[in-house]
Design a protein around this ligand. Structure first.
Ligand code: CA
Ligand code: CA
Length: 149
């Protein structure tokens, strides 16, 4: 099986689908969801996702409710992490549940569908615990970001 690069992981159309899923969720929550793709990493995927979280400024949201869905394409690894404002409210297994759904879809080659479903799952929790506020702003970009290494 050929190895995809982070840039090949989603087509332009699929990137738009994922962005639309994020926009859809963020219409009903003050939370901020981002999807970030990268190629190979050397460190532990969770540690690295935490690093990317900071690098993307995701720890600076007003309500500390940013959630990152991170995929390391070449290594076939992923991580889903949330800032303290959402992490302290969801059950401890929640992030792993999302990851499981993501990996099931990826294993079947459904990359965009997997990401959209993961976004929707995360969105449900954000909507439940951080409903949209009247003074909401889009604090973090909804575009899929692709890390250059
Ligand atoms: Ca927002
Ligand atoms: Ca956003």
């Amino acid at each position: 099986m050929s190895v995809l690069t982070a840039e090949e992981f989603l087509t332009a159309e699929e990137q738009k689908q994922v962005k639309a899923a994020i926009q859809q969720a963020e219409k009903r929550t003050s939370g901020e969801i981002r999807v970030h793709l990268e190629d190979h990493i050397d460190e532990d995927v969770l540690d690295h996702a935490a690093f990317v979280f900071e690098e993307l400024g995701m720890h600076q949201t007003r309500d500390r409710n940013g959630v990152l869905i991170y995929v390391c394409v070449a290594d076939r690894q992923a991580a889903v992490i949330g800032d303290q404002g959402i992490n302290e409210r969801v059950p401890p297994h929640f992030w792993n549940d999302v990851l499981g759904v993501l990996q099931l879809h990826f294993a079947a080659g459904r990359r965009a569908e997997g990401l959209c479903e993961a976004v929707a799952m995360v969105g449900e929790k954000l909507i439940a615990f951080h409903p949209l506020r009247s003074d909401d702003s889009d604090e973090l970009s909804n575009e899929v970001s692709i890390g250059k290494r």
